[in-house]
Design a protein around this ligand. Structure first.
Ligand SMILES: [Zn+2]
Ligand SMILES: [Zn+2]
Length: 287
């Protein structure tokens, strides 16, 4: 019996299965809520007529792909244009599904040579991008258990340099294999769910939070926060991408201050208003 792709309506996770799947491993895990009305799985043929697909160049050289209405957790895909680089264009995270026009647009932008993601909540339709573009597919080895819908071609360990200045870092925490991507030349970091951004109506950063499990509001342990901090401390950035949004005004000092609160034992998933995270005493340390 041929395997077919099925998306969980509750979280958007795709599985390749020989029949309608019996359950969703992501929703069954403690880090996501179960659907209240039972399982509902959709095929690409189910979703295609319902979805409108969008794309825009969100900052120079980085394209955003998403669809409406939302599917599952509503992941967005980011495409980093890398003309002349041996790695080719890099796609990080993925939209829930891509239509023909989106795939053609990616082709016209130079295709995809490297595909990666922070953790399962950002996977979206990675399987579809892999089928269409046959890129290298990089996932931190601790998260291989969630990747049956596609084929990981390069499992990696603690750090993986895609090209000089474009580096994947293992953070663990939210998921065992959770990873972030730092783009030094653009001053950008793709943080997965290591950070949750609350934006105001103008799209400006209003508050920051972090969590082990968002739906259940489980905070990070102090050691998990310590590990996040050790990674973020080494990176320079002001632009932050999550699997869901982007902000260009995220002070590194505010990220470090938030993590310092967790390390100090203020275990919480409560968003901290950014003005509270900018005490002058920390600006020098975090520069
Ligand atoms: Zn699910
Ligand atoms: Zn997540």
């Amino acid at each position: 019996m041929p395997l077919s792709p099925y998306a969980c309506s509750n979280c958007g996770h795709w599985q390749s299965y020989f029949a309608v799947p019996p359950d969703c491993p992501i929703c069954s895990d403690v880090r996501n809520d179960l659907p209240e009305d039972g399982w509902d799985f959709r095929t690409p043929a189910d979703l295609t007529p319902r979805l409108t697909h969008h794309r825009r160049e969100v900052v120079p050289g980085i394209w955003e792909f998403w669809s409406t209405p939302r599917v599952g957790l509503d992941s967005h895909g980011w495409l980093l244009l890398e003309p002349g680089s041996a790695c080719g264009n890099v796609a990080f995270e993925a939209a829930p599904l891509y239509d023909e026009a989106s795939l053609r647009a990616i082709e016209e932008l130079g295709g995809i040579g490297t595909l990666a993601a922070s953790h399962p909540h950002g996977y979206g339709a990675l399987w579809q991008l892999q089928r269409h573009f046959s890129p290298d597919l990089l996932i931190q080895k601790e998260d291989l258990q969630w990747t049956k819908a596609f084929r990981v071609t390069h499992p990696w360990d603690e750090r993986h340099e895609i090209r000089p200045g474009l580096v994947l870092h293992h953070t663990g925490g939210h998921y065992e294999g959770h990873a972030i991507l730092h783009d030094a030349s653009r001053g950008a970091v793709f943080v997965g769910d290591a950070l949750k951004l609350d934006l105001d109506e103008a799209g400006q950063l209003a508050a920051l939070s972090c969590h082990k499990a968002y739906h259940k509001q489980i905070p990070l342990s102090p050691d998990e926060a310590r590990r996040y901090r050790a990674v973020f401390e080494t990176l320079d950035f002001d632009t932050v991408f999550t699997p869901f949004e982007c902000a260009t005004d995220v002070p590194k000092s505010a990220v470090l201050e938030l993590l310092d609160l967790m390390i100090a034992g203020a275990a919480s998933t409560r968003p901290v208003p950014v003005p509270h995270l900018r005490p002058p005493v920390h600006e020098g340390r975090a520069a």
